[in-house]
Design a protein around this ligand. Structure first.
Ligand code: HOZ
Length: 433
């Protein structure tokens, strides 16, 4: 292995963290468990770069798991935050900024006529599920294998992201009575969904999915899949819910629903709309959202929800994204990146299949195509681990799991992309048999 990194301080801090936090981390995917080696402890981030506490610099393709679409610590976002902070960090009362961000979200996302702000994607999905059940008077939900909708009890069934990365069974502590109402189908398999509907007549509140999967690696919907789900849910009196926590404002300004022209009944959002601060949201048709308390009987609340700092970072980020040419630029650099990665793997005789949509990308080290979670699991994990370590040593920070998507930002220039492709060339060359 190329050995240019000194990570002594990172190692010391991670070692000390073992006694302080479970696994030494605040969220499982950060622990590098499936790729081997020790996590890098960050000191600071700026633009497309992250620096660790030993002073090594990396080109970052995680972007804080999605929010950093304008680049880390964008000067306009940080200036807006500095100005906002003098007025207080949390009001626990209505503020004008909530109206502003709500208007921006409603204007952008086709399905959203009314929105509720929360503090994370997990919270948004948990709340949307309660609303789905309340609106339809039905308890069951269909989710897809490998999709991740946060860590609420009912979603911890064949879940992606950290659950898939660590190869965990469905989590202890989740009552069977709860997950009995969670039905699963393979992604991109409309027939399986049809079967579930016919086996559970008038019992399914809705279908929730990532319209592009980013939590089982990167998997795109096959032509007709989203449209088919729209038809099936409507025919069966169920709701269609897009979890756009990853894809919202990333795939296009109006999210995957705008890109693919399929409008769900409800949508969950997170990551980008918080501009790097903790924000989630759920929204949809007024008729459904009006059931949420205090307008209606479905209870959901939050002390820090809609706080002025998070709203400020979200508003500024969306203003930046709304500028002319944003999504063309994101598409062009991400396409340059994934084309380079594929070419480099092929040049080195390594099986790969991958792709991108706008600023989201991914690849599997296996023969394709990969259309669902079972196929994603044919990825060569050992080889991926070696690649991940090589790439770190070559100054590139990739998600430490094959079951996560990669993210680019407006701060990634062709120069960084080309350096990244060079690093892939070196790394593939080093790991090939
Ligand atoms: N959903 C994100 C990645 N799949 C969250 C990152 C995390 O779990 O820490």
């Amino acid at each position: 292995m190329t050995d240019i990194l000194n990570c002594t301080k990172s190692e010391e801090v991670f070692y000390a963290a073992q006694d302080l936090m479970p696994g030494g981390v605040s969220s499982p995917v950060r622990a590098f468990k499936s790729v081997g080696g020790k996590p890098i402890v960050f000191d600071r981030v700026k633009g497309p770069f992250a620096w660790d506490i030993d002073g090594n610099r990396y080109i970052d393709y995680i972007g804080s798991w999605g929010p950093a679409i304008c680049g880390h610590a964008h000067p306009e976002v940080t200036t807006a935050l500095q100005e906002a902070i003098d007025k207080g960090t949390s009001f626990g009362a209505p503020c004008v900024l909530e109206n502003k961000l709500a208007e921006m979200v409603i204007e952008a996302v086709p399905s959203v006529e009314m929105v509720r702000f929360v503090n994370s994607g997990t919270e948004a999905c948990m709340a949307v599920l309660r609303l789905m059940r309340a609106f339809t008077g039905r308890d069951k939900v269909i989710k897809f294998e490998g999709c991740y909708h946060g860590h609420a009890d009912m979603f911890l069934v064949k879940a992606g992201s950290g659950v898939a990365t660590l190869g965990l069974p469905d989590s202890p502590g989740v009552p069977r009575t709860t997950t009995a109402n969670t039905l699963t189908a393979p992604y991109n398999d409309l027939e399986a969904v049809k079967k579930l509907f016919s086996e559970n007549p008038d019992a399914i509140s809705g279908v929730i999915l990532e319209p592009i999967v980013g939590n089982a690696g990167f998997i795109t919907p096959e032509p007709g899949f989203l449209e088919g789900l729209r038809e099936l849910t409507t025919e069966n009196g169920s709701l269609l819910v897009f979890d756009e926590v990853m894809t919202g404002f990333r795939i296009s300004y109006g999210g995957a629903q705008e890109k693919f022209g399929v409008t769900p009944d409800l949508t969950t959002l997170g990551k980008v709309i918080g501009g790097g601060l903790p924000v989630g949201a759920y929204g949809g048709k007024k008729e459904i959202m009006s059931m949420v308390a205090p307008a209606g009987p479905v209870y959901q609340a939050g002390t820090l929800s809609g706080n002025p700092l998070a709203m400020t970072a979200g508003i500024k980020t969306l203003e930046l994204l709304k500028q002319e040419g944003t999504y063309e630029k994101l598409d062009s650099i991400t396409s340059r990146l994934i084309d380079g990665i594929m070419q480099s793997a092929e040049n080195n005789g390594i099986a790969i299949n991958g792709g991108h949509v706008s600023a989201m990308f991914g690849f599997f080290l296996c023969d394709g195509p990969v259309r669902n979670f079972s196929e994603a699991k044919t990825n060569d994990s050992e080889l991926f681990g070696k690649l991940h370590r090589e790439m770190l040593h070559n100054g590139i920070y990739l998600a430490p799991s094959p079951f996560e998507a990669g993210f680019t930002s407006l701060a990634h220039s062709e120069e960084e992309i080309d350096k990244t492709i060079e690093a892939f060339d070196k790394s593939f060359n080093a790991i090939k048999n």
